[in-house]
Design a protein around this ligand. Structure first.
Ligand code: MN
Length: 524
């Protein structure tokens, strides 16, 4: 029997749906918060990547979360747009309101089902939880035919009770059943038996899509996801770069490339355009300011670097000796030497299009081109990475209240440094001169003079976008205000200017965050 799904229609037996939760489970981890424009931008990249479902946020958590889910539902076409809700009616109504503009919208509702969570977290009897499953799914079905139900802490739930909850959810109209390993505790063979059991025992199981959601606390998230797929799960929940609560979620790029590379052992299909993986990974790193570690599978800087002589020798004779997949297949290009100061606007536009910036508006293009010329003047060779850093820097600044305009710094080993700074605040130019213990300190003091604020600087880090002393610096500034933390990024060939940009970026994020209330703690 072919399974019919309200959003996907007739489902091919071997089709695995990719459910991306970078904007929900990923975004709720410390330091990874994004503003509305950044979320929409990432959602657009996820749509181009070919994910089937975007979990865009947790609408009742805060007005900011609600607005971003609604904006993504309105603007991003292609994937199903999903909003998370606990079992309370207010949660479900709020999620329903947020996803209403979507062409295809999903409500994802969850409740804990393990003894531990029911007793200590929910303080509910199992029968009350079972009733809440029925009530929440029934209510959600009033708003959309596409309803996902999750058993929070499902992997640690007593099996008979899990079967009863899943049966109740299916009877009430859930079309996707998700069994999360919320705390990253399960072993692959345990997930195999849970999914096998549910599919064998629960009435109506063949009419729904089973889903896996694994955390990486023991480094098993992807292995567990592969085990779930082999046991019949047809949706996998994952994040770009594996970001997420604590040690993170299963990484999308690792699951997808495991499925592609080992199609012989796990013959299933999905719709991801793997060549766009690296681009999406880098966009997320640029937005959040967290690079992946160099040895990160698929998207790390060293993931395809062969260093030892024996390996290099083998690679030259036949790449397959040490390469199980090609770097091109995930978007690494060998010729990343791009442009210099003589490159024109048309070539620049072409290059941006090739890098995935097809929809860049004229204003953003002009600003980016000006920045490019500026970089090219100071740096002989401009690499893809340089372009990506400066364009992301430019595009992300579009809607912000405070803009960096210029900076002059005098630094000396014999006395205090002096910074002269020009910013634009809500369109009005404002300048200040300040001194400090070194050029960075003087610059940050100047920012504080122009735009007074109470935030504390808790982290300042500098990295290089590419190699060499003329490389662009990418800096991260983390500010803390009233318990809220934000990270800002800046890129420039001048480290001090990059630092000023990063500080201004963080301040802009803080202004957005001030309008938001603190999201309720959740860990589905
Ligand atoms: Mn989770």
């Amino acid at each position: 029997m072919t399974l019919q799904h309200p959003s996907f229609g007739a489902v091919e037996p071997g089709r695995v749906f990719i459910f991306d939760t970078t904007l929900r489970d990923g975004e709720q981890s410390p330091g990874f918060s994004m503003n509305l424009e950044e979320k929409v931008r990432l959602a657009e990249a996820l749509a181009e990547l070919g994910v089937d479902v975007i979990e865009a946020g947790f609408p009742i958590a805060s007005p900011g979360d609600f607005e971003s889910v609604a904006a993504i539902a309105e603007q991003v076409r292609g994937p199903v747009i999903c909003g998370l809700a606990r079992s309370a009616p207010a949660d479900i109504r709020r999620a329903a309101d947020a996803i209403r503009p979507a062409a295809r919208g999903r409500i994802h509702t969850f409740i804990s089902t393990s003894k531990l969570h029911m007793k200590f977290k929910l303080r509910m009897e199992p029968d009350a939880v079972l009733q809440a499953v029925t009530d929440s799914v029934t209510l959600a079905r009033n708003f959309t035919a596409d309803v996902e139900w999750s058993a929070e802490d499902g992997s640690r739930t007593e099996h008979d009770f899990l079967c009863r909850c899943v049966e109740a959810a299916i009877r009430a109209g859930a079309t996707t059943i998700n069994i999360p390993d919320t705390v990253g505790y399960a072993l692959p063979e345990e997930l195999t038996s849970i999914f096998t059991m549910l599919r064998e025992r629960v009435p109506g199981a063949d009419g729904v899509i089973f889903s896996a959601h694994n955390h990486n606390d023991l480094g098993l998230a992807v292995a567990n996801t592969m085990a779930a797929i082999r046991a019949g799960a047809r949706q996998v929940e994952c994040t770009i770069n594996g970001i997420g609560e604590r040690a993170g979620n299963a990484a999308l790029e690792e699951i997808v490339m495991a499925l592609r590379t080992r199609h012989d052992a796990v013959p299933v299909s999905n719709a991801i355009v793997t060549e766009k993986i690296l681009r999406t990974s880098k966009l997320l790193a640029t937005i959040t300011g967290f690079d992946v570690q160099p040895n990160k599978a698929i998207v790390g800087r060293n993931a395809f670097a062969h260093e030892s002589g024996i390996h290099q020798d083998g690679m030259l004779k036949n790449a397959q000796t040490y390469e199980i997949m090609t770097p091109d297949s995930v978007g690494w290009t060998k010729t990343n030497l791009v442009m210099g100061k003589h490159s024109g606007r048309a070539a620049f536009r072409d290059k941006l299009r090739a890098l995935g910036y097809g929809e860049l508006g004229d204003n953003a293009l002009n600003d980016a081109f000006r920045r490019f010329k500026d970089v090219a003047d100071r740096k002989k060779i401009v690499y893809d990475e340089d372009l990506i850093a400066l364009v992301d820097d430019e595009v992300m600044r579009d809607h912000e209240r405070i803009h960096f305009v210029s900076l002059d710094v005098h630094a000396s080993s014999r006395g205090p440094a002096r910074a002269e700074l020009l910013l634009e605040i809500d369109g009005a130019p404002q300048s200040a001169v300040a001194s400090g213990d070194g050029p960075i300190d003087a610059t940050f003091n100047a920012i504080r003079t122009v735009f007074a604020h109470e935030a504390r600087l808790v982290l300042f880090s500098v990295g290089a976008v590419t190699e060499g002393t003329d490389a662009q610096a990418r800096t991260t500034v983390r500010l803390e205000e009233g318990g809220k933390m934000v990270d800002g990024q800046g890129a420039d060939t001048d480290t001090i200017v990059a630092s000023a940009r990063a500080y201004v970026h963080a301040l802009n994020k803080l202004l957005v965050k001030r309008r938001r209330t603190e999201p309720a703690a959740l860990s589905a």
